[in-house]
Design a protein around this ligand. Structure first.
Ligand code: BYC
Length: 330
């Protein structure tokens, strides 16, 4: 249901009058709201992208949660805890926004647990040292911001509004990661080495977060026409490299790419592409941590059943009590 759901609508001439009126609204920069008419492909593409994004936030808690008990100071622990809680909040805004499109949260979870829906490839890599918390905040949240800031202008109202709040929190996340990297890079030679090692391991997976190169991106063209996506994958990847390389230099760290060169004229760095064969393996489920991450989510779902049942029972009881009180007051 969720894969390949968008039928190509061809060029504008092929659109029905209703579809053309819809496209005109998008082109004029209007927001589309939940109860309004929308093409089925638009609705499904949004469910796919927002659902995948929500799942990424929730699964993204796992590699960082791993370090809450191991953070080096109480202050670092409190900051990391707050960040991981924020990710849960982001997931919830996005699930709520996706629900306005007529899909239930249970359906979205079912699609995640059965492997039908994806989450960001980055979370299938392990976090091996404390420096990885720095690299994740700096690079992973940094890449997420690069992708998500333009999505504040996306055409679907609830998605765009969720993005505004998420982006504010993501900038704090990125800075806390960079602060860890600054500390480690200016520390003992061993600490600096840990920071370099974290950069070495997270650089290419961070580049993969933007999706396949434009020539292999299946959805970009239609998603951009609908303003569900505002930029191509390669445009955002380039922007990320341009902003991140000087940040690495400031840390005194080396980006693990021998082909990295700066073009004075364009202001762009040219850089090596990630290993796309590895990327496609990871999104097929064969990355280093895919099985562990999915199992953790499935376990959390089944272990939380008693709690969900309790909440439902309480909500039903409260509704009955309110109905009885209303009847008595008549
Ligand atoms: N990982 O046609 P394409 C975060 C899939 S983390 C896995 O270019 P599209 C956070 C794609 O789904 C970031 N799968 O697709 C940070 C499609 O497969 P299906 C989460 C990927 O959708 C810190 C196929 O490859 N952010 O926020 O136009 C802590 C072809 O690709 C990936 C978002 O999700 C990938 N990296 O573009 C916690 C932002 N890349 O679905 C959390 C919103 C591609 O046909 N999402 N695929 O089976 C987007 O902007 C877009 O969905 C993407 C991909 C740029 C990711």
């Amino acid at each position: 249901m969720y894969a390949q759901m968008v039928e190509s609508e061809g060029n504008r001439g092929d659109l029905t009058a209703q579809e053309r009126a819809f496209q005109d609204r998008i082109d004029a920069g209007e927001k589309i709201e939940p109860k309004e008419w929308m093409p089925e492909g638009y609705r499904k593409t949004l469910i796919r992208q927002m659902g995948q994004h929500a799942h990424s936030e929730i699964v993204g808690q796992l590699p960082e949660g791993n370090w809450i008990t191991r953070a080096p100071t109480l202050e670092r622990k409190a900051i990391l805890l707050a960040k991981v809680q924020d990710e849960a909040g982001h997931g919830l805004y996005l699930y709520s926004a996706a629900e306005t499109l007529g899909v239930t949260r249970d359906e979205l979870f079912e699609a995640l647990h059965s492997g039908k829906m994806k989450y960001s490839s980055i979370f299938n890599y392990p976090t091996l040292t404390w420096a990885d918390m720095g690299a994740v905040g700096w690079l992973v949240d940094g890449a997420a911001i690069m992708n998500q800031v333009p999505l504040q202008r996306t055409s679907y109202g609830p998605y765009s509004r969720a993005m505004i709040r998420i982006c504010k929190e993501e900038s704090f996340h990125q800075r806390q990661g960079y602060a860890i990297m600054m500390k480690m890079a200016a520390g003992t030679p061993e600490q600096k080495e840990m920071a370099q090692d974290a950069l070495n391991r997270f650089w290419y997976p961070a580049l993969m977060m933007f999706g396949p190169s434009d020539k292999d991106s299946v959805h970009s063209e239609q998603s951009m026409a609908w303003k569900i996506k505002m930029n191509t994958n390669d445009e955002l990847r380039q922007k990320f490299v341009n902003e991140t390389v000087p940040q690495a230099e400031l840390l005194g760290l080396t980006v693990p790419d021998e082909n990295l060169t700066y073009d004075e004229q364009t202001g762009d760095y040219s850089f090596s592409e990630p290993d796309w064969a590895e990327f496609f393996e990871v999104i097929k489920g064969n990355g280093p941590c895919n099985r562990e991450r999915l199992q953790a989510r499935r376990d959390a779902w089944s272990e939380g059943e008693w709690f969900r049942d309790g909440l439902t029972a309480y909500a039903e009881k409260s509704a009955k009590r309110r109905a009885a009180a209303a009847l008595a007051a008549e």
